[in-house]
Ligand binder design. Sequence first.
Ligand code: BEZ
Length: 389
Amino acid sequence: MHIRFTPVRLAIAAAVLAIGSQAQAQNAPIKVGLMLPATGTFANLGTMIENGFKMYVAEQGGKLGGNEVQYFKVDDESDPAKAADNVNKLIKRDQVDVLVGTVHSGVALAMAKAAKESNTLLIVPNAGADVVTGPMCGKNIFRSSFSNWQPAYAMGKVAAERGHKKVMTITWNYAAGNESVKGFVEGFEAAGGKVSQQLNLPFPQVEFQALLTQIASQKPDAVYAFFAGGGAVKFVKDYAAAGLMKSAPLYGPGFLTDGTLEAQGEAAQGMYTTLHYADNLNTPRDNAFRLAFAKAYKVNADVYAVQGYDAAQMLAAGLKAAGGDIKNRDKLVAGMEAAEIDSPRGKFKLSAAHNPVQDIYLRQVKGNVNEVKGVAVKALADPAKGCKM
Ligand code: BEZ
């Protein structure tokens, strides 16, 4: 039998093919590459981020922008030395559409570099490395969390307002710790304080005794510390056990007491920290989120869960603007840039450098809760020094 390809028939066949391939593109699962720590001092933070992300997807019926979601996972071990290999497993081997990661700033730097080189979409759901939304910023790079400068700068201001004049700092010697201290010094010294000495130890070491002895001998008014996860639990307990809490109150960004309070127990009581989230915001949005999270995962939500949840919300906003087509990068990016994210922390938009512009809360530990005491700095935007889009 001969089929005659008249111009009309050809036009119809082309249209059918076009509709078919469009539908296929829209229905192809979105490949999400989760690069998070599953082992080491930040393992629990990685789990909370993953659970937050997946909870938002589950709330949308398991889809984003009308597409099924397929996950690819790599344990980055919070090890910068393995980061380039790890991220390339997701980009080259698994050919993911979007990278979501990570917790550790040093690892995030390698992810941002690989994302830039391959033009892969990246959403950072924790790591605060200032340069990611500074000199390394790009159309394909977004953050749902914070820059290291944001909570640190706010705490510098709070420490000065609380009357402290001479403060020491202590942290792990890596990007996040050093940038956090820098942000604190900026806020504290601009408000009239003086940082007398900066102490550090290699990441992820937790042998704090020698440094605590130095703090005791220097007798500062207060101490600012950046630690998180398992390291934060040990540091706060050691600090309290050294008898320093009364003579030199301990301050920090909220990572010092977020997701750690059950383990820190009595040691953390009364501590003030600054962060873009608190446990008792008591808004309908946050209450609903916390209830759903507790039901789904049998643990209370923390800042990491919120950041994972919001990373998924940001992606959903982009996909909505792109009609569900992850390959329509221009529309996807424009949608993410324009979105107002209805976060459990409070609504936020992104800065021109793609970092949240957000309220930084002052919180105080009471029992197992980081209680909100007020807003330390309203709608704080990272300065994004060196970002050229
Ligand atoms: C970071 O490396 O950027 C980081 C890690 C844990 C908590 C906060 C920041």
